[in-house]
Design a protein around this ligand. Sequence first.
Ligand code: SAH
Length: 353
Amino acid sequence: MSTALYTPTRDELAELLQGEPRYRLDQVWSGLYTQLAAPAELTNVPKALRERLTAELPHSLTQVVRQVNDNGDTVKYLWELHDGSRVETVLMVYPDRVTVCVSSQAGCAMACGFCATGQAGFTRQLTVGEIVEQVVIAARDARAMGRRLANVVYMGMGEPMANEATVWASVERLHGAIGLSARHLTISTVGLIPGIRTLAQRPLPVNLAVSLHAANDTLRDELVPINKRYPLDELMKACGEYLEAKGRRLSFEWALIDGVNDRPSDAAELATLCRRFRLPAHVNLIPLNPTPGYPTVGSPKSKVQAFHTRLTDLGVNATVRRNRGTDIDAACGQLAAGQPVVLRKDRPLPDAS
Ligand code: SAH
C-alpha cells in the first residue's frame, strides 16, 4: 500500500491537494487532526474531493475486535492491517487523565520470555500512518466519552527503539498536528542503546521509560535477552545521557515475578544501581501479568508491598501500577493480537538493528 490516511506529512498532503484552493489544505489537515474526522465527514469540503481523498487515503486500521472492561474505562482494540498483520491498542480512562497505549511493531523481536508479544515473535515494522491512526481513533473514542486524550505511551506491541525513525515521525505528528505535549508522550524501550542515543538528539523532550526488571546482568540476561548485547552499565550511562540532554522524567519498569526479582536483595541491587549512576529514576512496579508461554506467576500483593516499601526506604521513588485490562488480556505484556503463543527457549539473540 503506497499511502494511507495518516501517513502524509502536511507538505505531502499539500501536494495531493494541488489545483485546489489554498485554504483546502488547512481544512483537510485540521479535519483529520483537530476534528479527528475521516475525509467523508468533512462537510466543508466539496463532495468530489471528499470522495477522492477517501479513495486515495485509505484507513490503515480495520477493527477486528473492540473489547471493554473496568466499567468501560479500558478499551482494547484489535486491528488488522492491510497485509493481514494484527496489532492491538489500549485506551485507558482514569479520573484525572486519558492515556492510550500504542503498538509500534507487529510482534516483537526482543524475545522477553515473560511477554506475550515477545513469545509470538516479530512480524514487521508499523508505518507512521498505522501508529498515528491508533491515537486518532482512541482520541475520538475518548471524546465520545466526554474526555480529552492527552497522554500517549509507546508501550503496546513491539520495541519502539527498533523502529525509531518511524516512531519519531509519529511523535512529531502527534505533537505538531494533534497538539499533544511532548511531556505527555512516553517511549518505552527494552534498552536499545543506539535508539536511546538517537532519541536524546531529537528536538522534543519526550519521556523515556526503560524496561529494567533486573539490576544485575546475570538475571537481566535471562529475563531480557537483549541485555547480552547492551548490558546494564552501558544502558545506565545512556539513560544518564538522555536525562542530561532532555531534563525529562526517566522511569524504570519492573514487572515483579514471584521469587525471581522481588526479593529484598533485588530491591537493594536496584537502589545501588540508581545511586551508582546518579539516576533519579521513578520505578513503576507491575505485578507480572499472566501470559500463556511463561510459567512463573506475578508476585503476590504482600511481596509487591514489601518490595515497594523496601525501595522507598532505600530512597528510590516507586509506585505500584494499577493493573488495567487483565480480564481482556489488555494489560502490560499480554498483547499478542490473537496469535497462538509458543514458548521457544532456543531463540537466538534478537537482532536489534
Ligand atoms: N518493547 C518495549 C515496549 C513494550 S512496553 C519495552 O520493552 O519497554 C510493555 C511493558 O510491559 C514493558 O515494560 C514490558 O517489560 C512489560 N511487560 C511485558 N510482559 C509483561 C507481563 N507479563 N507482565 C507485566 N509487564 C510486562
